[in-house]
Design a protein around this ligand. Sequence first.
Ligand code: AMP
Ligand code: MG
Length: 401
Amino acid sequence: MRFLSVVTVAEAVREGVRIAPATVTEYVLVEQSAGRVLAAVITADSDIPGFDRSVVDGYAVRSSDTTGASDAVPSLLQCMGQIAMGTGGTNLVIRDGECIYIPTGGILPQGADAAVMVEYTEDAGDTILIKKPVSHGENVLLKDEDFKKGEIVFRPGRRLTPQDAGVLAACGSARVPVAKKPLVGVISTGNELVPVTDIPGPGQVRDANASMLAAWLSEYGCVPKLYGIVRDEREAFEEIIAIALSECDLVLLSGGSSKDERDMTAGVIAGKGEVLIHGIAIAPGKPTIIGMIAGKPVFGLPGHPASAFVVLIAIVRPLLDRMLGLERPLLRTVKATLAQNVPSQRGREEYVRVRVENNVATPLFGKSGLLNTLVRSDGLIRIPAGYEGLEMGSDVEVILW
Ligand code: AMP
Ligand code: MG
């Protein structure tokens, strides 16, 4: 077969998701949970707070005792003592005409139903002048007002934030069930490639893809494992793929994915397993391979860094979303208006790099092999396969880098 028989982006994504390895759950310390994807429902193990508490420094009162209080005519309440933090055993009860000093977070004494901020009071020895009325429940957080015991606090699929870690801790989750980070092997192929540390000789280029893919994978919540550069030689190729597959959950190869005879990624995958897809109606990125060897996904990405990156985001990412159990992709998007017409070939989904300024997206057209547009752009817009382009002034959604 000389030409690629292409499938749609939707088909390729569906195939990738279908062969995604199952999510594995592991437990991490709550203080290390930010950025991880929650893998189970989290419920509150007790009422939060566990008791009625003041949210101000001031005096616990019966609100009815403060009715009409003002600077000119304060309510005079007798101070019965003070609430100590962290203990419930004061047994202090206040009756009509009484108050108790209470710090922020202190347990509300029996008989009290509100707290007056200290700023609106004056200490006159045993008597406290209350200069502002409070209503029932004012400045008080009721027991279980935040979360009730057994209430669902978080659902799986959420990427946890530092704030979430705080709430998880409050709920008693010292160890948090999260999706294990997928271990992704990265292999670069091509006789022309040299390591980053080398000065390229004539005809040589530095391996940019491995670093780019690994950096993106780390940021996306995976663990990349680099296997270096492999030459376009079948034996070496087979060997490195076998090692990577034995160690990783999936493997990404870049370069050598087209139908050129030196490009043998497809041949090697077919020899060891199965090529499921070879060719996707996407631009850039058409010569992409999705295969399986020994039950593990193997992707052959195009060699051009920009193409490899687009395929990573558009095709590989949904598989990783599934593995991570994400409820929605971790992509940031922004709505913008297109600054000029963008032509596109009907029948393929096109990804165009754009700059975004003040919600105006300006396409950056460049030769496909250029690296600079990857970093001079802010993100990508997607032109669906059924379109012959997008007109100036169209509303677009930009997938930000
Ligand atoms: P290929 O897909 O192997 O035909 O490669 C297409 C283009 O991408 C060629 O110009 C390669 O030199 C270039 N290329 C392939 N792999 C890499 C890589 N890892 N880093 C930078 N450029 C690459
Ligand atoms: Mg090559």
